[in-house]
Design a binder for this molecule. Structure first.
Ligand SMILES: Cc1cc2nc3c(=O)[nH]c(=O)nc-3n(C[C@H](O)[C@H](O)[C@H](O)COP(=O)(O)O)c2cc1C
Length: 394
């Protein structure tokens, strides 16, 4: 058994143990991948301020998200096709998150259905919605999420049309994978993955097939997705969804202060500052660089805002969480960091990813001279001069 010390170790195992098309699906950004790359390098450019001779005992990473206690201010992002990285992946990730004490978000484009995850997870989870033109289907998804006791609805705003990821086209990405010769040869080297997949009935999009009109099998699914994502999504449509849902609402995919202000005025319970992990608008700035201006636009202080501000895109270490919190975010969210854990070791790998991130957060916080994650502040950081103002409108 290899010794696992960081998310990179899980990523290496994920690559070894998962069919190429699904690893590539996870580990890619759109077009030139500039935003994807800079999401992580911008975090690295922010540095931590070392403090000594302060009492480091009695530390805590506990906090709250949407009024609920969490073991650390970190959530698991919605990730489509998680159940292709590992059989029943969504169930495994939801269980690991529930046991750890952080929220899990199920994607519309998941393999396990809302009902599957509800039956298997000991805690309520969040449901992420992609808005479709078929309003009956959307209303039905909301009803199913309500029935499954989902504790928040995450509406994704930054993927009404798809940013192209070259590798997915080259690999012929599909769920289940097509049985072409290269796929068969590649899958034969992923024995554990294959055995587990043979043992589950869940191998296609569980929230869609059998629920949406005219989708009875996956062969029509890709056409359906391209046709169905609603390119006309606007605030009036989001209001309709909010009224139908009636519960906690999180708006995901905001990366601009004006949009953040709109979301706060709209009454969102939280926003997720996100560029979709660099998978949509290539050339968009990394979220961590946009964060201070977005926080200013939303207003208020951490822990007291009526619209909480979470951030994702590029978080791979506990130090990154620390940086986001110190800048003023209420919480951070991760996508790839837990998917690497899942692809490496299933549910145990997701737990491992969460343990690693918490230990890194806790140790770094202590070495910054802080004992409470809720008290991290800008004085804990050092940034290159002009870092947050280096890009202006021409
Ligand atoms: C493989 C993959 C699939 C994703 N699928 C979805 C999805 O179905 N819905 C959604 O809102 N975001 C989706 N995202 C974006 C994530 O929710 C999140 O914004 C992103 O992964 C954060 O960046 P990080 O991976 O660098 O942490 C996906 C991301 C990845 C990597």
């Amino acid at each position: 058994m290899p010794v696992i010390t960081c998310i990179q170790d899980l990523k290496d195992l994920h690559r070894k143990r998962t069919p190429k098309m699904f690893y590539d699906y996870c580990e890619s950004g759109s077009y030139t991948e500039q935003t994807f790359r800079e999401n992580t390098s911008d975090f690295a450019d922010i540095r931590l301020r070392q403090k000594v001779a302060v009492d480091m005992s009695g530390r805590t990473t506990e906090s709250t998200m949407l009024g609920r206690k969490v073991a650390m201010p970190l959530g698991l992002c919605p990730v489509g096709m998680t159940g292709m990285q590992r059989a029943d992946g969504e169930i495994k990730a939801a269980r690991a998150a529930a046991k750890f004490g952080v929220p899990y978000t199920l994607s519309t484009m998941s393999i396990c259905s809302i009902e599957d995850v509800h039956a298997a997870s000991p805690e309520p989870f969040w449901f992420q919605l992609y808005v479709m033109t078929d309003e009956d289907f959307v209303d039905n998804l909301l009803e199913r999420a309500k029935k499954a006791n989902c504790s928040a609805l995450v509406v994704t705003l930054d993927l009404q049309i798809l940013g192209q990821r070259h590798k997915d086209l080259k690999n012929g990405l599909s769920a289940p994978p097509k049985l072409t010769l290269p796929n068969i040869v590649n899958m034969m080297t992923k024995v554990q993955w294959g055995l587990e997949m043979l043992g589950t009935p869940r191998r296609t999009f569980g929230n869609i097939v059998g629920h949406a009109k005219s989708v009875t099998d996956t062969s029509s699914l890709s056409t359906w997705t391209t046709e169905q994502f609603d390119p006309c999504l606007d605030w009036a449509k989001i209001a309709r969804i909010r009224d139908n849902w009636g519960g906690k609402l999180i708006l995901k995919g905001i990366n601009d202060p004006d949009d953040a202000r709109m979301a706060a005025d709209f009454g969102a319970d939280a926003i997720i500052v996100s560029n979709h992990g660099g998978r949509q608008l290539d050339g968009a700035l990394p979220t961590i660089r946009m964060l201070p201006k977005i926080l200013e636009a939303v207003g208020g202080e951490r822990g007291k805002r009526s619209t909480e501000v979470y951030i994702d895109s590029g978080i791979r270490q506990g130090q990154d969480i620390l940086k986001a919190l110190a800048l003023g975010a209420d919480a951070a969210m991760i996508g790839r960091a837990y998917i690497h854990g899942l692809g490496a070791m299933g549910e145990a790998g997701v737990s491992k990813a969460l343990q690693i991130l918490r230990a890194e957060l806790d140790t770094s916080m202590a070495l910054c001279g802080e004992r409470d994650v809720n008290r991290l502040r800008r004085e804990n950081l050092l940034v290159p001069k002009g870092f947050f103002d280096s890009y202006v409108q021409p």
